[in-house]
Ligand binder design. Structure first.
Ligand code: AMP
Length: 281
């Protein structure tokens, strides 16, 4: 496995690929866990060559978010990636990606950044699109793998790939969970033992809604149920709960299978912000 910290040496290596060799990319911010590993395994299985990027992207963090304390474990990450059969790790410093301090590019995300995490984290998806398009330009993958834990992120990236005609296939990958259901996240390490227990609010609520779906008449009934459940979790502060159409993230007005509702939830457990989502059919 080769590790690259600069763009030019990566590009030299990239040039050696034959046109018949497909390149898979898994973009990450490091602090890797079994969720990342599942994306990597899929990429290794489907491509001749697999690259993983590790870059804690400053432009997708808001001013009061956890950029400086975001967990970093490059050595451990590389050992894991090597054991999974990864060929190339691209782990640049922020200056390599953003040589100019003022290099922010503004993208039009249409209405996508006005809902869910876009509303709670202004500028976040602009930063994501900026770094993913830069990584696509440097790494030039044939396929890129993204987890559906970040469902809205995947939809936005797929829209970007279409709008900008990137010759990349964006591949969605299933959510990987702990045995008790908590979605794996690099941020789970922030949770105290009490918070870890209360973090189950997210998946327990989503699963309860799916199980009891026939008991609810309207979307408002479901939202009332979420607020009612929240009362049992004193360490949790709800950021949002929404029922949106699976395909276009438009609001659904019925709970029937034909409107393809998916439940989206974000909550602060103590100071740690967690997200999850579940298809209801
Ligand atoms: P991150 O390092 O948090 O930016 O995540 C890198 C990629 O891993 C993104 O495409 C995430 O959606 C994906 N990912 C993170 N956690 C999980 C998980 N629990 N299951 C599946 N994919 C995940």
């Amino acid at each position: 496995m080769k590790i690259f910290h600069d763009i030019s040496s990566f590009r030299e290596e990239r040039k050696q690929l034959l046109p018949t060799q497909k390149l898979g990319l898994v973009p990450t911010m490091g602090a890797l866990h079994a969720g990342h590993a599942s994306l990597v395994k899929q990429a290794v299985a489907e491509n001749e060559v697999t690259a993983v990027s590790i870059f804690v992207n400053p432009t997708q963090f808001g001013p009061n978010e956890d950029l400086s304390k975001y967990p970093r474990s490059l050595e451990q990450d590389c050992a894991l990636l090597e054991s999974l059969g990864v060929d190339w790790v691209f782990a640049p410093a922020p200056r390599e990606i953003y040589p100019e301090k003022e290099s922010e590019i503004i993208f039009s995300l249409r209405s996508m950044d006005r809902k869910l995490c876009g509303r709670s984290r202004p500028g976040h998806f602009n930063g994501v699109i900026q770094v993913v398009s830069i990584l696509f330009n440097i790494i030039q993958p044939d396929r890129a793998y993204f987890g559906l834990k970040d469902y809205q992120q995947f939809q936005i990236i797929r829209q970007m790939v279409n709008d900008l005609h990137f010759p990349v296939q964006a591949v969605p990958c299933p959510i990987i969970r702990e045995e008790d259901g908590l979605a794996l996240s690099s941020r789970n390490v922030y949770l105290s033992s009490q918070e870890r227990i209360q973090s189950l609010f997210l998946i327990h609520t989503l699963k309860a809604i799916k199980q009891k779906l026939e008991d609810f008449q309207t979307v408002t009934d479901v939202k009332d149920f979420v607020h009612h459940t929240l009362a049992q979790y004193p360490l949790v502060k709800l950021d949002y709960f929404e029922l949106l159409n699976d395909k276009n993230l438009a609001e659904v007005d019925s709970l029937t299978a034909s409107s393809s509702p998916r439940a989206f939830i974000a909550a602060f457990v103590g100071k740690t912000r967690l997200i999850d989502n579940l298809a209801l059919y």
